[in-house]
Ligand binder design. Structure first.
Ligand code: PLP
Length: 393
């Protein structure tokens, strides 16, 4: 079967796909349909952070699908309740969550909640950041501060303004009587792996307190352990009023979560928001195991230590190739290497490496992005860096 031709014929051409058809995965490895083995340093865009086909997750999912796949949110769903309790206990201690299916929906919910909160006072404006990414629904696209994603989709949802990332004065300038919230990624992912400065997030927190604005952290990509803390805000030591999760929360099954502090947890009333599939019990069963497995001191230590080791190795590589590598950035195991030239060819050469291909990604055309599973070793990092060195030589 020629998947490349069939995909072109039957699927809307919205994705620029790499010409690989994976056949199966186990742990940190993937195999394509020709039997070639790859080291996965992308995790399906920070989704399979515990690797592929984790045995405990398989067990939990199998247990659940034997009970039921779906009921409806008009009934009480034990798996949702257990997961919500777990997330709140590990985050705000007091608060509530809303379950959806994706990152965009988790952010859409946060935006709606902020708007509802501000509605009595006529406040609706939301400040986001240049270079940010919050999703592809019309509201989250409007929150996304990158014009290339906006083209052709006007009119966008009104009420969004873009400040400069890591620049508190630019936020101050955008605040009006109508501003209700600020939404920020603690580490910008799609924008090219730009970590927020701690001072900037501290000042943002103070600014939001002073102006009675809700601070929303979009942790869809950088949450769930990626930074070396379970939630990215914990890495920075700054508490938002709401934060959103998706991608890796269920290690590969669709689930979005909007986590809301107690103070704002009664803003939505019955009927204000909903989702047929949101909080699907199979996804929730997977997420319960995923969170318990990720939130272990050993794994967090590995993320922090291996992240530092990896970044240092890439800085050494930059020193060897100063004319090719512009900058190395990252937190924990969310790492970016900015090139002077386009990076797609390097991504393909990594996949072609023999005997073990490497799966990485390139964002913003020039930023190689590494989002490996959390249990990688120094040996894996050395292999990736050596392969990059060979390609760049
Ligand atoms: N927010 C951030 C920070 C993301 O990185 C993404 C996706 O890459 C989204 C939101 C959208 O998530 P989804 O594709 O699940 O809708």
């Amino acid at each position: 079967m020629n998947y490349f031709e069939l995909e072109k014929k039957y699927i809307l051409q919205t994705y620029k796909r790499q010409k690989i058809v994976f056949h199966y995965g186990k742990g940190k490895y993937l195999w394509d349909k020709n039997g070639k083995k790859y080291l996965d340093f992308f995790s399906g865009l920070s989704v399979c952070n515990l690797g592929h086909c984790h045995p405990e997750i398989i067990k939990a999912v199998q247990r659940q699908i034997k009970k039921y796949f779906h009921v409806s949110n008009i009934y009480y769903i034990p798996e949702q309740i257990e997961l919500a309790k777990l997330i709140i206990e590990k985050s705000f201690k007091k608060g509530k969550v809303f379950f959806s299916n994706s990152g965009a929906e988790a952010n859409e919910c946060a935006i709606k909640l902020a708007r509802k909160y501000g509605s009595k006072k006529g406040k609706f404006e939301i400040i986001s950041f240049e270079n940010s990414f919050h999703g592809r629904t019309l509201a989250t696209l409007s929150a996304t501060g990158q014009t290339k994603f906006h083209r052709g989709f006007s009119p966008l949802s009104p009420g969004f303004k873009y400040a400069k990332f890591n620049n508190i004065d630019s936020v101050k300038k955008l605040i009006t009587k109508k501003t209700v919230a600020v939404i920020v990624e603690p580490v910008q992912g799609e924008g090219g792996v730009y970590p927020a400065e701690k001072k900037f997030l501290e000042e943002l927190r103070q600014l939001c307190n002073k102006n009675k604005l809700l601070l929303i952290f979009d942790e869809v990509q950088c949450g769930m352990g990626r930074t070396g803390s379970l939630f990215a805000y914990q890495h920075y030591g700054i508490e938002p009023d709401m934060f959103t999760l998706a991608k890796s929360i269920a290690n590969g099954l669709p689930l979005g979560v909007t986590v809301v502090k107690e103070k704002y947890s009664d803003v939505f009333e019955k009927g204000d928001h909903g989702s047929t599939f949101g909080g699907n019990p199979v996804s929730c069963a997977s997420a319960i195991v995923t969170i318990k497995q990720i939130d272990s001191p050993g794994l967090m230590k590995n993320i922090s230590e291996l992240g530092k080791y990896f970044i240092q190795k890439l800085i050494d590589l930059k020193n060897k190739f100063p004319e090719k590598i512009k900058e190395v950035r990252g937190v924990g195991l969310m790492v970016g290497l900015e090139l002077f030239e386009k990076g797609n060819e390097i991504v393909e050469k990594c996949a072609d490496a023999n005997p073990l291909g490497i799966i990485i990604n390139c964002t913003q055309e020039k930023v190689l992005r590494f989002l490996p599973p959390f249990f990688i070793t120094k040996k894996d990092v050395n292999y990736v860096v050596k392969t990059l060195e060979n390609i760049l030589s």
